[in-house]
Design a protein around this ligand. Structure first.
Ligand code: 8IG
Length: 298
């Protein structure tokens, strides 16, 4: 068949094929044919992983062809197969961001790979700025909804090989998983996460804009991954660690070192919370049909 005269012509495999290939490598290298759930650990959340379960196998993202090279921060990503309450959980430590310049396919590759590896639910974690002044620094917040202010969408491009072209985001942030998380910690606040492109933080005027639009949190990640996950029909849970008040919410400027220190200080609490949520989620079988054309590994 000849190439379409006006369509985008992709050289080599598409993003979903690259995800399937990396999922096959994960299955081969971990010896785990299919994983049930995936956890993406963002800034501040990596130390929380020790509480999750028993690591069965670990590989470097750099050993998986579809993952982009690590960014300036140099935190080389790893992929772990962790046994949680008898269930295989895929833990992705590190993610790529749109501001690194690799494009949306790179940003959502981990999520697409996790779904191709069998995961029916994805837990996305991040560090964020607090827009709602009532949110405490050092405390996690459950993402209830989002504002995608990045100007990008991972579904732009050729129609995906399976699943809907036009994706409903009414329940992007799974009410079922949020109820599980709230049962684990009834004090967890919920908030709306506004994603900006970054890597500069917002101006105080932009933070006031985000507040006026309904945002409680601001960050530079997570929403594109959630959109890609929903296109593939899997459930999504989001947790933000508030590491700084957003610009202008308090008088002090935002210091990245302080952001990192806040993450370290919260690590143990986050670990226990995450372990509780993941354990409850894998116990509670994922009932929602993922669509007959889903890309679950055999
Ligand atoms: I950590 O204040 C962290 N990430 N956009 N704004 C944005 N991202 C962030 C912030 C913040 N803090």
């Amino acid at each position: 068949m000849t190439a379409q005269p006006t369509g985008q012509v992709e050289a080599g495999p598409g993003p979903h094929e690259r995800a399937a290939a990396d999922a096959a490598t994960i299955a081969a290298r971990t010896g785990v044919a299919a994983h049930d759930l995936a956890v993406v650990l963002g800034s501040g959340w990596a130390p929380a992983a020790v509480h999750l379960g028993t690591t069965v196998a670990e590989l470097a993202m750099s050993d998986l062809a579809g993952f982009p090279a690590p960014g300036v921060a140099g935190h080389a990503g790893v992929v772990r197969s962790v046994e949680v309450d008898g269930h295989p959980v895929l833990v992705l430590v590190g993610r790529s961001h749109l501001y690194e310049g690799h494009g949306t396919d790179a940003v959502v590759h981990g999520v697409r790979t996790a779904v191709a590896a069998g995961c029916a639910a994805i837990v996305l974690t991040n560090a964020a700025g607090g827009v709602d002044p009532a949110l405490s620094v050092g405390r996690p917040v459950l993402i209830a909804d989002h504002l995608n202010l990045t100007g990008a969408n991972p579904l732009v491009g050729p129609a995906p090989p399976s699943g809907p072209r036009f994706v409903d985001l009414t329940e992007c942030w799974s009410p079922r998983l949020r109820a599980i998380a709230s049962a684990v910690d009834p004090t967890l606040p919920e908030g709306v996460y506004a994603a900006f492109l970054g890597p500069s933080y917002e101006t105080p005027a932009e933070v006031r804009m985000a507040r006026a639009l309904g945002a409680d949190l601001v960050g530079m990640s997570t929403v594109l991954e959630a959109i890609a996950a929903r296109q593939l029909g899997v459930e999504v849970l989001g947790l933000s660690l508030v590491t700084n008040p957003a610009a202008g919410v308090v008088a002090a400027p935002i210091d990245h070192a302080d952001v990192l220190a806040r993450g370290r200080a919260a690590a143990d609490d986050l670990g226990h919370l995450l372990a509780g949520i993941v354990t409850a989620s894998v116990r509670d079988a994922v009932p929602e049909a993922r669509g007959s054309e889903g890309s679950r590994a055999p």
